[in-house]
Design a protein around this ligand. Structure first.
Ligand SMILES: NC(=O)C1=CN([C@@H]2O[C@H](COP(=O)(O)OP(=O)(O)OC[C@H]3O[C@@H](n4cnc5c(N)ncnc54)[C@H](OP(=O)(O)O)[C@@H]3O)[C@@H](O)[C@H]2O)C=CC1
Ligand SMILES: O=C(O)CCC(=O)C(=O)O
Length: 415
C-alpha cells in the first residue's frame, strides 16, 4: 500500500468540484495549495545513549473555517507529500461535517515498533517541542492517527502544557479519560463509520443483519469496526488482516478472542479460529461489505475490477485510489467516501475540545447520541445531494465540503 499520490488524488476530487462549480484558476489554486507547513528535525536520545535525528512534519492545509485539526502519524514510509494529502482530507472532512475547524495533519518518519516506551515518549515530547509554536488550542489541535494512541497524546499534551506554563488540556484530543479525553473517542471513528454504513445499507436495500464483512487493518479503527459489527448491526465479520497477514472464517470470526490473540502475539495471523488469507486477497473476497481500515491506496486500478463487495466503506483515509473508482462504479460497487465515513473520530475530538473549553464532561450516552445524529444527518445531506445532482457520494461530499470552505474564504475576502 503506497502512500504516494494521495495529494494528487485529493486534488483531482477538488478539481472536479472546481469544474462543477465553474470556479476560476486562482480559486482552484487557493483550494488545492496547503496554507502552511512545517518540516522539522527531531533529535532524540536513544536508550543506547546515542542521538538519533528523526524527520517530522505538520501541515495546516486550510483554516478558513477555524483552527486546524488532524492526527499525528508515526510511520516509516511517511513523507511531507503524504501528510499534505492527509491534511487536505482533514479540511474537506471537517467542512463536510459542519465543524468549526480547518484541516491539518502531522507525522514523524519512524517505526514505533522498534522503539522502547521511553524512546517513544522522548520522541513524542521532542516532536511537540519542535512544533509547539505552530500548534495550540486556538490554532491547530493534533490527535491520534496511525501508530499513535491515547498514551502518546497524553505525553504530547503534557509537553505542550509545560511549554505553555499552564494546563492546556484542549491543545490535544484523543487523550486518556484521566486527563480529560472524551468518553467514546477511542471507538468513535469505527462507530461513526457504522452509523453511515447503516443508513447507506437502508437506502441500498441491504440487510446488514445478514451481511458478511471483511476488514483490512486491525488497529484502532479496524479492530473496533470488527468488534462493533455484530453489536451495532448483526453483520458477520468473516475476514480481517493487519500488516503481518490475515485470517478468515466463513462462519464468522470470534472478534473478542481475535483481539486477545492480537494482544498476545502482535498479529491476527495464526489465530486458531480461522484460516490464513493475505491482506491483498482479503480485498477481493466475496463479501457484502469491505472495510479498508489500514493505509492509503489499498484498492488500486490493478485490483479494483476484482473487488466483489457490494459496499466499500472507506474507514481509512484514501484507501481507494482515484484511478480505481471507475472500475468500482462500473461493477455497481457503492463507495462510501472517507471524508464522510471516518468522520466520527474528528467529530468526537471536536466534542472533546468543547468539553475541555467549558470544563465539562459528557457521559458516553451523550457523546454517542450526538455522534450518531451528526453522522446520520451528514450521510443524508450527501445522499440527497448525490441524488439531485446524479453524481457519486464522493463527488457530492466534496461538493458540500468545498462549497462550505469557499463560503468562508469568500466571506473573509480571501478569494
Ligand atoms: N484513529 C483515528 O481516530 C482515525 C484514523 N483514521 C484512519 O484510519 C486508518 C487506520 O488508522 P488507525 O486504526 O488509527 O491506525 P492504527 O495504527 O491503530 O492501526 C493501523 C492498522 O493498519 C494495519 N496495517 C498497516 N499496514 C497494513 C497492510 N499493508 N495491510 C493490512 N493492514 C495493515 C496495522 O497493522 P499492525 O497492527 O500489524 O501494525 C494496524 O492494524 C488510517 O488511514 C487513519 O488515517 C481516520 C479517522 C480517524
Ligand atoms: O480526531 C482528530 O482530530 C483527527 C482524526 C484524524 O486524523 C482523521 O480523521 O483522519
Amino acid at each position: 500500500m503506497s502512500t504516494t499520490g494521495l495529494l494528487e488524488t485529493i486534488i483531482r476530487h477538488v478539481c472536479t468540484c472546481v469544474a462543477d462549480l465553474g470556479l476560476d484558476a486562482e480559486t482552484e489554486a487557493a483550494l488545492t495549495m496547503p496554507m502552511r507547513e512545517l518540516h522539522v528535525s527531531i533529535p532524540v536520545r536513544m536508550d543506547s545513549g546515542k542521538i538519533r535525528v528523526f524527520e517530522g512534519f505538520r501541515v495546516q492545509f486550510n483554516d478558513a473555517r477555524g483552527p486546524t485539526k488532524g492526527g499525528i502519524r508515526y510511520h516509516p514510509d511517511e513523507s511531507l507529500e503524504s501528510i499534505r494529502g492527509l491534511a487536505a482530507i482533514m479540511t474537506w472532512k471537517c467542512a463536510l461535517l459542519g465543524l468549526p475547524l480547518g484541516g491539518a495533519k502531522g507525522g514523524v518518519v519512524c517505526n514505533p515498533k522498534e522503539l522502547s516506551e521511553a524512546e517513544l515518549e522522548r520522541l513524542s515530547r521532542a516532536y511537540i517541542r519542535a512544533v509547539s509554536r505552530f500548534i495550540g488550542p486556538d490554532e491547530d489541535i493534533p490527535a491520534p492517527d496511525v501508530y499513535t494512541n491515547a498514551r502518546v497524546m497524553a505525553w504530547m499534551m503534557d509537553e505542550y502544557s509545560r511549554i505553555a506554563g499552564r494546563n492546556a488540556f484542549g491543545a490535544i484530543t484523543g487523550k486518556p479519560l484521566s486527563v480529560w479525553g472524551s468518553e467514546g473517542r477511542v471507538d468513535a471513528t469505527a462507530r461513526g463509520g457504522w452509523y453511515v454504513v447503516e443508513e447507506a445499507a437502508k437506502d441500498a436495500g441491504i440487510d446488514l443483519a445478514r451481511a458478511t464483512v471483511a476488514v483490512q487493518g486491525f488497529g484502532n479503527v479496524g479492530s473496533h469496526a470488527a468488534r462493533l459489527a455484530s453489536i451495532l448491526t448483526g453483520a458477520k465479520v468473516v475476514a480481517v488482516s493487519d500488516s503481518q497477514g490475515g485470517v478468515m472464517n466463513r462462519e464468522g470470526l470470534d472478534i473478542n478472542r481475535l483481539i486477545e490473540h492480537k494482544h498476545a502475539t502482535g498479529g491476527v495471523a495464526g489465530f486458531p479460529g480461522g484460516r490464513k488469507v493475505s491482506s491483498a486477497d482479503l480485498l477481493t473476497l466475496d463479501v457484502d461489505l469491505l472495510i479498508p481500515a489500514a493505509l492509503e491506496n489499498a484498492v488500486t486500478q490493478e485490483n479494483a475490477g476484482e473487488v466483489r463487495a457490494g459496499i466499500v466503506a472507506e474507514f481509512a483515509n484514501g484507501p481507494v485510489a482515484v484511478a480505481a473508482e471507475s472500475a468500482l462504479e462500473e461493477n455497481g460497487v457503492l463507495l462510501l467516501p472517507d471524508i464522510l465515513c471516518n468522520g466520527g473520530g474528528v467529530v468526537v475530538s471536536y466534542f472533546e475540545m468543547v468539553q475541555n473549553a467549558t470544563l465539562d464532561h459528557w457521559d458516553e450516552a451523550e457523546v454517542d447520541r450526538r455522534l450518531r445524529k451528526q453522522m446520520k444527518d451528514t450521510y443524508h445531506s450527501v445522499h440527497e445531494k448525490a441524488l439531485i445532482s446524479g453524481t457519486s457520494l464522493r463527488r457530492a461530499a466534496y461538493s458540500i465540503a468545498v462549497t462550505n470552505t469557499l463560503d468562508a474564504m469568500r466571506t473573509r475576502g480571501w478569494v
